[in-house]
Design a protein around this ligand. Structure first.
Ligand code: ZN
Length: 91
């Protein structure tokens, strides 16, 4: 699999480290229930299809990227710098 880093161009996936789902939201600190924190820490989706993921370009520019990838065939639809994404603030 090759990932096109917005800073470095197309590179082998071995240069990157996968973190997980890009849209995972941490529950609100002390107000979160134990069940909500348990879900946040341990429960993960395993989608068959389009998935937004965080990848770290450790052997390149050291940037965090959001990669939109189809988990069925590894086709990458989009790559963007993580710092440029919306943070889910009030719309
Ligand atoms: Zn890069």
């Amino acid at each position: 699999m090759r990932i096109t880093c917005p800073h470095c161009g197309a590179r082998d996936a071995q240069e990157f480290t996968y973190l997980g789902a890009a849209d995972l939201k941490r529950p609100d600190g002390m107000a979160a229930t134990e069940a909500a924190m348990t879900d946040y820490v341990y429960q993960r989706e395993n989608p068959a299809g389009t998935h937004r993921e965080l990848w770290y370009h450790g052997a390149g520019c050291h940037a965090w990227l959001v990669v939109t990838r189809d988990t069925r065939n590894h086709a990458i639809a989009a790559v963007e710098a993580a710092k440029s994404r919306k943070t889910g603030a009030a719309a």
